[in-house]
Design a protein around this ligand. Structure first.
Ligand code: GLU
Length: 374
C-alpha cells in the first residue's frame, strides 16, 4: 500500500506527460485516455475537483507537420504545438464528453502564474470553470513562449497551477512509479522511495540531472515541481501512468512516491502574503467589513471607506480599521484609482460606476491575511 490516501485530497491537479498520451505514430492513445477520463469522472462523483495539465501538442503536431522534434528550431516546435494543441484538446473533449463532462482549454505562459495581475485573472477563470463543473485542460501557451521564459516542462507548470488554485494534491503521472535512490534503469540495486517528508539536496540528487528535451522533463523536474507544490501546501505524488486507468490504481493504494505538503494551501498563501515586503497602499474599512473579514469573508467595495496610496491590481495593500489600526493585508483586485471610485459602492453598482464590467470583490478571501490582535 502506498502512503497516499487520494480521498483525503479534494482539489486535484493531474499532470499527463506526452509519452503516456501520444503513441509512436504521433496519435493520441485513445483507449488509454478514455480510461483516464473514466477515472476523472469517478473522482468527480466522489466530490473531487480535477484540473488537468496535459502535454502532447508538440508530439502530435510535429508528426502532422513532418517536423523532426530533435532537430527543429524553436519556431518549428511552436508551429507544431499550435497544430497539435487543437487535436489534443479535441481528444480530451471527446473522452470527457462520454461522461457528460465539459472540458475547457486554458493556455498559460509563465507570467500568468508569476505576475500577480495575470495570476488573479488566471485564477479567477480556473475557479469559475470549476464552479461550472468544467475540467480545465491546461498546457503552456507554446506559441508565444520564448526560449528564455519557457517553463521547459509541464511538471513545473502543473506545480504552479496547483499553487494558483490552492490544490490539495498534485499527481504527476509518469512512466515510472516514483522516485528511486538511483536510476532503476541502470542500477539493479535502486530502491523505491514511498514517502518524502522534506526535499533535501540528497533527494534532489537522487533524481539526477534535468533533461531539457521537450516533453521529457525527467525525474529532476518532478522533484522541482514537488518542491514548489509542497511549499504551497499541496502534496505531490509521482505515480505510474503506464497502466490503464492509472488514477484508479493510485486510489487503490498503488505504488507511488508521495511528497508531503508543508502545511495547508491556505496557510502557505497567508504566510507568503505576510512576508511580502512591498505594500503599495491602504484600504480603510468600516466596522461591518471588519466583522465580515474576521468571519473569513471577502472584502466588498461597500465596506471600504477610504483608499490611499498608488497601487495596481494585484499589489499588496494594508487593511486598516476606522481608528487606523492595521488589521491585515491582501491582494487588491482593483487599482487605487478604481478602488477610490468604488469605495462604499454596492456590488450591483460596480459596472455603472466604472463604466465597464468589474469583479465583485475588492480583496478575495483567499488573498488576505488578518493579523492576530491580542
Ligand atoms: N507543452 C509541451 C507540449 O504540449 C510539453 C512540455 C512538457 O511536456 O514538458 O507538447
Amino acid at each position: 500500500m502506498s502512503g497516499f490516501n487520494l480521498s483525503d485530497h479534494r482539489r486535484l491537479v493531474v499532470k499527463v506527460g506526452s509519452s503516456l498520451l501520444i503513441g509512436d505514430d504521433g496519435e493520441v492513445r485513445r483507449g488509454w485516455l478514455e480510461g483516464l477520463a473514466e477515472n476523472i469522472a469517478t473522482l468527480r462523483e466522489h466530490s473531487h475537483e480535477v484540473l488537468v495539465v496535459s502535454s502532447g501538442s508538440i508530439a502530435i503536431g510535429s508528426t502532422r507537420l513532418g517536423i523532426n522534434k530533435k532537430r527543429a528550431r524553436l519556431e518549428e516546435l511552436q508551429a507544431a504545438a499550435a497544430a497539435g494543441q487543437v487535436q489534443l484538446v479535441h481528444a480530451w473533449q471527446e473522452s470527457l464528453a462520454q461522461h457528460r463532462i465539459a472540458a475547457a482549454q486554458v493556455l498559460l505562459t509563465p507570467g500568468d502564474t508569476e505576475n500577480r495581475r495575470r495570476f488573479l485573472n488566471a485564477r479567477g477563470t480556473l475557479e469559475k470553470l470549476l464552479d461550472h463543473g468544467v475540467v480545465p485542460i491546461i498546457n503552456e501557451n507554446d506559441t508565444v513562449a520564448t526560449d528564455e521564459i519557457r517553463y521547459g516542462d509541464n511538471d513545473r507548470l502543473a506545480a504552479r497551477v496547483a499553487q494558483l488554485v490552492m490544490a490539495d494534491a498534485l499527481i504527476l503521472l509518469s512512466d515510472v512509479d516514483g522516485l528511486y535512490t538511483s536510476d532503476p534503469g541502470s542500477d539493479a540495486g535502486a530502491e523505491h522511495i514511498a514517502e518524502v517528508r522534506k526535499i533535501t539536496d540528497e533527494i534532489q540528487a537522487m533524481a539526477g540531472e534535468t533533461q531539457s528535451d521537450i516533453g521529457s522533463g525527467g525525474m529532476a523536474t518532478k522533484v522541482q515541481a514537488a518542491r514548489i507544490a509542497t511549499h504551497a501546501g499541496c502534496s505531490t505524488v509521482i505515480a505510474s501512468g503506464v497502466i490503464e486507468r492509472p488514477l484508479e490504481a493510485l486510489a487503490a493504494g498503488g505504488t507511488c512516491t508521495v511528497f508531503r505538503a508543508e502545511g495547508s494551501p491556505a496557510a502557505a498563501r497567508k504566510q507568503w502574503l505576510a512576508g511580502v515586503l512591498e505594500v503599495r497602499g491602504e484600504l480603510r474599512l468600516d466596522d461591518g467589513a471588519v466583522v465580515a473579514l474576521n468571519d473569513g469573508k471577502s472584502l466588498l467595495p461597500v465596506g471600504v471607506v477610504e483608499v490611499t496610496g498608488n497601487f495596481r491590481r494585484g499589489d499588496v495593500v494594508n487593511l486598516v480599521n476606522n481608528h487606523g489600526t492595521e488589521l491585515g493585508r491582501g491582494l487588491a483586485e482593483y487599482s487605487s484609482e478604481e478602488a477610490t471610485s468604488l469605495a462604499g459602492c454596492q456590488s450591483e453598482q460596480i459596472e455603472a460606476r466604472l463604466g465597464y464590467r468589474g469583479r465583485s470583490v475588492m480583496v478575495h478571501r483567499d488573498d488576505l491575511v488578518m493579523f492576530d490582535h491580542d
